[in-house]
Ligand binder design. Sequence first.
Ligand SMILES: C[S@@+](CC[C@H](N)C(=O)[O-])C[C@H]1O[C@@H](n2cnc3c(N)ncnc32)[C@H](O)[C@@H]1O
Length: 252
Amino acid sequence: MTDETPAQERALAFGRAARAYAAYRPDYPAAVFETLEELAGLRLAGARAADVGTGTGLAARALRERGAGVIGVEPGAGMAEQFRRELPDVPLIRGDGNRLPLADGSLDLVGYAQSWHWTDPARAVPSALRALRPGGALALWWNDPDASVPWVAEQEERIIARFGDGCYICDRTLPPQLPWRTRELRWSRRIPVDAHLAKLATHSAFIVHDGDGAAEFLAAEREHLLRRFPDGVLDEPYVSFVAVTVRPAAGG
Ligand SMILES: C[S@@+](CC[C@H](N)C(=O)[O-])C[C@H]1O[C@@H](n2cnc3c(N)ncnc32)[C@H](O)[C@@H]1O
């Protein structure tokens, strides 16, 4: 694509870091999918699901492991290529979450894992609801660094001071015209400082500033972190936010 706006360019920047994204972004914890089943009132086993903005397929893989029939939808070439390497037997459509290339009423679940904030909700909501059967669920979820932990909050301040918040803090505003059921889940993973930095580099703030201060920032961040975690290992804390709304049943 050559005629992208800056916002679209940022939204599709992940393709440039697709291999690192697959290697260093964390999987979603099992509790995310258990919560999703509970809030949506559906079983993933046997469900027909679309994972929109599927990227390298982190959520698609998890949905499939729980028995869902999954199709990935991804606009970006680089992410789509990585998805095909990761999940060669899962169908993938190149498409936009604002106008889903999916048949009306064909799905039990339409999920946007860490991708809703890249859409235009005025278009994405009707598109997603149209693809759902009555009673089917639209689910949005995010894994954000848990800024209630002091070192994460301090790091976040440094990132925002250097790059602005546009590419680091996800806008989790839910479309107000729909009734949402939501839940927050806190968890962490223990990883080497260098793996944490490699994960940080897969955020769009760092991808779009590659060659423009990202490497220097990460080197300085390494010093900060090694002072705090001298054995070179840290607990990387997350808060997963899950939001679900159900398409009203026909006549309901
Ligand atoms: C942070 S990544 C999330 C990838 C994956 N869902 C996950 O959970 O790791 C955001 C993804 O949204 C995709 N994206 C950007 N704009 C989009 C849009 N308008 N519709 C659907 N996906 C979009 C990007 O290409 C990228 O793959």
